[in-house]
Design a protein around this ligand. Sequence first.
Ligand SMILES: O=P(O)(O)OC[C@H]1O[C@H](O)[C@H](O)[C@@H](O)[C@@H]1O
Length: 291
Amino acid sequence: MPVKVLEEKVILEHPSGSSAEVYFYGATVTSWKCKGKERLFLSKNSFLNGTKAIRGGIPLVFPQFGKASDPSFETATLPQHGICRLSKWEWLKISVDNDSEVSVRFGLADNQVPENLRKEWPKKFRIIYTITLTEDTLNNHLTVKNEDIKSFYFNALLHTYYSVPDISKVSIKGLSNLSYIDKVTKNAQVIDTNDSITIDQEVDRIYANVSSDEIYIDLGHEDFDNFILKKINLKDTVVWNPWIDKAHGMSDFGDDEYKQMVCVEPGTVSEYVNLNVGETWEGGQILKINK
Ligand SMILES: O=P(O)(O)OC[C@H]1O[C@H](O)[C@H](O)[C@@H](O)[C@@H]1O
C-alpha cells in the first residue's frame, strides 16, 4: 500500500523507496526519506503526543509568525507561531497515487481548532494542506480560504528542519547580498556580503522579499546529497539554528542536536497577507535532493 493510515500518522511510500510521515497533530511532516537516508531533523526529545508542538520535521506556522510586535493587532494574543502546529488536522485522503507520485491531503477549519486557541483568533477559515512525494522531491502546498464575513490578516511559514551531518560544513546559498532582520542582535537591517551563509553561532534571521525562488543547502559532505528548496509564493525566508545556549534552554531539544540541524523556512512573515472574504491564498515549497 503506498499510503498507510495509522492512529497518529499517515505514511506515504513511493515505489522508488522514498517515504514520508505526517502526524495528524499539526499536520507536521516528521520524516522524509529518499535514497535510503532521512532528510529531515526530528529531535529525539520531541513530544509526539499532542501536548506540545512537534520539534522537528515541518511544523506549519499560521496565522502568526513568532509573536505579533503590535499588542493591539488581531493575532497578538495567539501563542508563538499560531494555531496550525497545535491542532489536530482532518484526514482528506489520497489525492494522487501513481508510479511517479503519491499525494495526500489534510484539512483544518476554524471549528477544528482547540477552543482555547480559536477564541484568540475567531476567524472563519479553511486550510487544505497537500503533501506530495516523488522519488527525490517532497512538495508541501497550502491553500488558505477566508470563510469569514470580514477580511483577515495572516502570516504563513513552513518551518522546515533539515537534517545535516555536521553544521560546521553547511553553507546556504541564494540569500547573499540581501538585507535581513537579525533576531539575535536585534539589529533591524543587516547585509551579508558573503557568498553563502555558514553557521558557527546562534543564527535567527528573517530575509524579506528574497528575489530568487531557489535556495541551495550544501551539506559539504560527500556522502550526503545537498538540497534545492524551491519556494512558491513565499517571498521571505527565515534561517535558524539555536546553537549551544538556546539548545540547553529547550526541554524538547537535545543539548548537542544543534550540530545536526538547520531550519530554512520559507514564508510570508515580513508583512501580513490581507485575505478578502471568499478569497483563497496559495503557497508552498518543493524540496529536492541534489548531488
Ligand atoms: O521554539 P519555537 O516556538 O518552535 O520557535 C523556534 C524558532 O522559530 C523560528 O525560526 C524563529 O525565528 C525563532 O526565533 C524561534 O526560536
